[in-house]
Design a protein. Structure first.
Lengths: 357, 291
């Protein structure tokens, strides 16, 4: 306190200032644009094989960002996100069977998966933590069983995706990559802007003390519903990208779009990267891809390794890789909190100050 | 008559589901842990049983207590190390750790035993013997045996929790951990004992399931965990006999679904599960409903 008071006297200012970040946000904003432009230009420089791996990474990145929003910000640990992922794949397939371009099917998949989240939320909204987790898992299983009963969309065996046959494979791979990149950028962008909005404040209030938030009139249920719907839409779009990449939709729990492995991958990427930060899922996806590419010739070993790494990080470094980095360096690429500047404190001047987020 | 048969078969299957569910229910009741690896651990028990019989050629029934013992020791060890560490770090960590275990176990089984299905080789006489009532109802002795086993396990659990010294300790720790600790109870050891018992029932569940049908690495999550959870939700949390009721309702709903159309078996069970979730979110026999 005395240090602050001295600062006030010296500079002659005494009002407090609140900003989003301790550093200038313009630089990280510019950095984000540069990264997106570089990623956008990738297909002109790298081969289709690498591009295919990148599409996979972008799918996992989208899923991880959505799961992070659910579990990291809204406290909804869902183990049933494969339901929306699979539905998204089918909502690209079904319009394509009626002559609508699969590219146009992507926004349809996002909206339709989000719409499906509404009735499903009604079923699970009263459950908390562990029971919510298994209930979403049961729902995903039930959704799959219903889809497998519909013979016109392939029943239990699945269907090839029409509408893209005859395209040059190289062009198709590049287009798929751009679609995946757009979905991932939109997903991360919507998480960022959602958290900076009023909803972000509501979610922070719930995370810190749900009962206090409730008693101050915060509509806890509505904020959670919004997050659940957004996450369903994002996972649906990612499922659509997978349908386009594989040029087919296969249901089923082992290897299909309704496999719990999708949720495992997104959850583990988030935990490894750092839950509750926007940067975490990005870093986690990178770790996931490295493990997956290194161990891919050993079948399921990458999932075993990923699971073991996620368990150790959950136990010994709860904030994940990004959280650990952030603790040491205090960097935020996507500032969503607030920083309270002491009177007279200015950007660039090095001093110890209270950290309010 | 076919419908009566469906109901009878459903009730008997319900015993198996109650056996699946009581370990899950016990762990949640005592330490508020929802063990997402529950089903996969049952599958592990099934594989251990197959392995022991194949390696030592001992009769199947002799291998049962051995597998139960192995799983109970594993349960105690896991609880004292990984699960306890997770509990002390919060609910999210507990979910992540048990979900991680589930994925690691499932893929580990896939890696070492491939996705081929396996069954307990115990000879035909026991697994296929049956008796019939009238001309259309045929009841397998195996299903009757598993139902009786489930009832015996539930009775033993109830007797243990209400009558024995350790049972009282477990309930004391579940009710108020701090107070129990102040009275000299080492809650970590008590949790370990509870986990050992839960894993013992998991072993029985996995081996019983291996007798009725074949198991493969994905059985644990696709069938055992989800059915166990459905039985717990239908029956109501924290009630052992509610779990049996939940299992029976789930089993009957599945058999009736299968009677309508063979591919509706699982859906029938989930329809009842969702119905209960909407209409009686506390379950049919929850404590709140009774009081």
């Amino acid at each position: 306190m005395t240090a602050m008071a001295e600062g006030t006297v010296r500079s002659g200012q005494n009002e407090l200032k609140v900003t989003r970040s301790r550093r200038n946000v313009a630089w990280s904003g510019l950095g984000a644009i540069v990264v997106i432009v570089v990623l956008f230009l990738f297909p002109y420089y790298i081969g289709p094989g690498t591009l295919g791996i990148m599409v996979q990474a972008l799918i996992v990145l989208t899923l991880a960002s959505m799961w992070n929003l659910l579990a990291g910000y809204a406290g909804l640990v869902s183990v049933g996100q494969q339901a929306f992922f699979g539905l998204g794949a089918y909502f690209v397939l079904i319009p394509a069977m009626h002559g609508i371009s699969p590219w146009l099917g992507l926004p349809i998949a996002a909206i339709a998966a989000a719409a499906c989240a509404l009735p499903l939320w009604w079923l699970v909204s009263r459950l908390r933590t562990g029971y919510f987790a298994i209930a979403t898992w049961v729902l995903a299983s039930a959704v799959m069983l219903v889809i497998e009963q519909i013979q016109s969309i392939g029943g239990g065996t699945g269907m090839p995706l029409p509408g893209l046959t005859g395209m040059d494979p190289a062009v198709l791979t590049a287009d798929t990559y751009w679609a995946g990149l757009t979905v991932a950028v939109l997903a991360i962008g919507s998480v960022y802007f959602l958290l900076r909005s009023r909803v972000g404040l509501v979610l922070t209030a719930i995370r810190d003390d749900e009962r206090a938030a409730r008693s101050s009139g915060v509509r806890v249920g509505r904020a959670r519903l919004l997050v659940f719907i957004v996450a369903a839409g994002g996972c649906g779009a990612a499922g659509g990208v997978l349908a386009i990449q594989q040029l087919q939709v296969v249901p089923g729990t082992s290897g299909g779009v309704f496999s719990v492995q999708w949720t495992a991958e997104m959850a583990f990427a988030v935990i490894i990267g750092g839950i509750g930060t926007i940067e975490g899922p990005i870093l986690g996806t990178a770790v996931y891809m490295v493990l997956q590419q290194t161990l891919q010739s050993y079948n399921a070993w990458y999932l075993i390794a990923l699971g073991l790494v996620a368990i150790s990080i959950a136990l010994f470094a709860r904030r994940g890789l990004w959280g650990t980095l952030d603790e040491k360096l205090n960097i935020r690429l996507f500032p969503t909190g607030y920083y309270l500047w002491g009177p007279g404190e200015r950007r660039g001047r090095r001093r110890k100050a209270a950290h309010a987020e | 008559m076919a419908w009566v048969n469906a109901v009878i078969q459903g009730i008997l299957t319900g015993g198996l589901y109650a056996l699946f569910a009581c370990g899950l229910s016990l762990l949640f009741g005592v330490m508020k842990v929802v063990n997402l690896a529950h089903g996969d651990l049952a599958t592990v028990a099934g594989y251990v049983g197959v392995g022991i019989v194949a390696a030592t050629h001992m009769p199947f029934l002799w291998s049962v207590p051995l597998v139960v013992l192995v799983m109970a020791v594993l349960g105690y060890a896991l609880q004292r190390t990984v699960i306890q560490a997770a509990i002390s770090r919060g609910e999210l960590t507990t979910l992540i750790v048990t979900f991680g275990l589930s994925i690691v176990i499932e893929n580990g089984l896939l890696q070492f035993f491939t996705s081929n299905t396996r069954g307990q080789a115990i000879g035909d006489s026991f697994t296929t013997a049956s008796f019939s009532i009238g001309s259309q109802i045929q009841i397998a002795w195996l299903n009757v045996f598993i139902f009786v086993l489930a009832v015996v396990v539930l009775l033993a659990l109830q007797y243990f929790l209400s009558g024995s010294k350790y049972g009282r300790l477990i309930r004391a720790v579940a009710d108020d951990r701090e107070a129990a600790q102040l009275s000299g109870a080492d809650y970590r050891h008590v949790f370990g004992i509870a986990a050992a018992i839960a894993f013992g029932t998991v072993a029985l569940a996995g081996m019983s399931y291996g007798l009725t049908t074949t198991i493969d690495p994905t059985t644990g999550t696709d069938t055992i965990l989800l059915f166990a959870f459905a039985a717990v939700v239908i029956g109501g949390l924290g009630s052992l006999w509610g779990t049996l009721l939940g299992g029976i309702i789930l089993g009957v709903a599945q058999q009736i679904g299968a009677q309508i159309n063979i591919s509706y078996e699982q859906l029938g069970g989930y329809v009842i599960f969702l119905l209960v979730l909407v209409v009686w979110p506390q379950g049919l026999t929850s404590r709140r409903a009774q009081s």
